[in-house]
Design a protein around this ligand. Structure first.
Ligand SMILES: Cc1ncc(COP(=O)(O)O)c(C=O)c1O
Length: 380
């Protein structure tokens, strides 16, 4: 009964592992979960208050499909001042999560037989979205010793290439692309007349480095589609709130899909988004400070167990080379069965991930230490 489009796409591996871990939890097992991609912090109170106030004020009706004007304006301000993007509020589309924005982008700019370049490993949903659109992913290898920066991209560009997907900081590697790498990507995009999808959802979670938006580079404004959202920076995963900005012709296409599918993001949630962007940013800084301490505990611990992993510069993931003990799929099963520690096999993120596991350190320092002890025992 399934469509041919659907048959090209696998079930999400991250959700599969989470389901097994949840089953163990239901059976009373104390599972330490490093598998999900969401901050373990609560949404800051002033954001919840703003959404609750909006709800009680009666902001419970359909919003404009593009988003409420207050939020579009706050997003455009943010993108202009923080990201140096040349954006007006009329080119900002508010979406129910960055994921929906990415789906809409792939569906509106890719055709059957087109190719989109992904840096291997890449977040689990890019490839399925590319396939839903009838296009194919072309995986470019990256170098774990160089922050998972891509090797030679130009070799992978063909007459069918339409888009390069950039995700810095990266899920699953935590790698951050500096200006030099982004400039190489920008030059290739300009030379070959390609679009760049820049997914900047982890931009606020960087350690001792700066985030940089590729859309701000010379010649990149018209060809960059920038995606961001509230899930990670403001611990708002369940709110389903994200956004995208693109040149007017692309924007029109996005809006067509958006208005005929989801209509709009939830109205009162959007008022929470305004409070997130215009209110105090200290909660974000506190969260990042805590993530950094956890990162250091985790990476030092992994390396002392012979599991190779350089300190990632961003996001809250470590992509660890477990080849000393087996392949990533086997080690994921072993960690879950013998240590009751849930990670995600690297193979879920692309062909190069088979010797790796992704560890999401969105869990307390105490639990990270305990997990390291359990893993050490399981590996002995
Ligand atoms: C790289 C990346 N992009 C986009 C998303 C989707 O975020 P949202 O919750 O805004 O849909 C995620 C969530 O895991 C992600 O890791």
């Amino acid at each position: 009964m399934a469509s041919s489009r659907l048959k090209r796409v696998e079930e999400s591996a991250t959700i599969k592992i989470a389901n097994i871990a949840n089953k163990l939890k239901q059976d009373g097992v104390d599972v330490i979960s490093f598998s999900l991609g969401e901050p373990d912090f609560d949404t800051p109170k002033h954001i919840c208050d703003a959404a609750a106030d909006a709800m009680y004020r009666g902001e419970t009706h359909y919003a404009p499909s593009t988003g409420i004007p207050e939020l579009r304006s706050a997003i455009a301000d943010k993108l202009r001042t923080e990201n140096k993007l040349d954006v007006s509020e009329s080119n900002v589309l508010v979406t129910p999560g960055a994921k929906q924005a990415i789906f809409e982008i792939m569906m509106s700019v890719l055709d059957d037989g087109d190719e989109a370049i992904l840096f291997d490993p890449a977040w689990v949903s890019y490839d399925p979205c590319i396939k839903f659109a009838g296009a194919d992913s072309v995986w470019v290898p990256t170098d774990p010793d160089n922050g998972f920066a891509p090797d030679d991209i130009s070799e992978s560009i063909t007459s069918k290439t339409r888009m390069i997907v950039v995700n810095s900081p990266s899920n699953p590697t935590g790698g951050v692309f500096g200006k030099d790498i982004q400039k190489q990507i920008a030059d290739l995009a300009i030379d070959h007349d390609l679009l760049v999808l820049s997914d900047e959802i982890y931009e606020k979670i960087v350690y001792d480095t700066e985030h940089f938006s590729i859309g701000a580079m010379d010649g990149m404004h018209e060809r960059t589609i920038t995606v961001n959202g509230f899930s990670k920076a403001y611990a708002m995963t369940g709110w389903r709130l994200g956004y995208v900005t693109a040149a007017p012709d692309i924007f029109k296409g996005l809006l067509k899909i958006h208005s005929h599918s989801v209509s709009s993001a939830t109205t009162f949630a959007q008022y929470g988004g305004v409070a997130a962007l215009t209110g105090p940013q200290e909660p974000v800084e506190e969260m990042v400070k805590e993530f950094k301490v956890r990162r250091d505990i985790l990476i030092d611990g992994l390396n002392s167990l012979g599991i190779k992993c350089k300190k990632p510069e961003g996001a809250f993931y470590a992509f660890a080379d477990v080849s000393e003990y087996g392949n990533g799929d086997d080690i994921t099963e072993k960690f879950l069965a013998d240590a009751h520690v849930a990670v995600t096999p690297g193979s879920a993120f692309g062909p190069s991930g088979k010797d790796f596991v992704r560890i999401s350190y969105a869990t307390s320092q105490e639990r990270i230490r305990e997990a390291l002890d359990r893993v050490e025992n399981a590996l002995m």
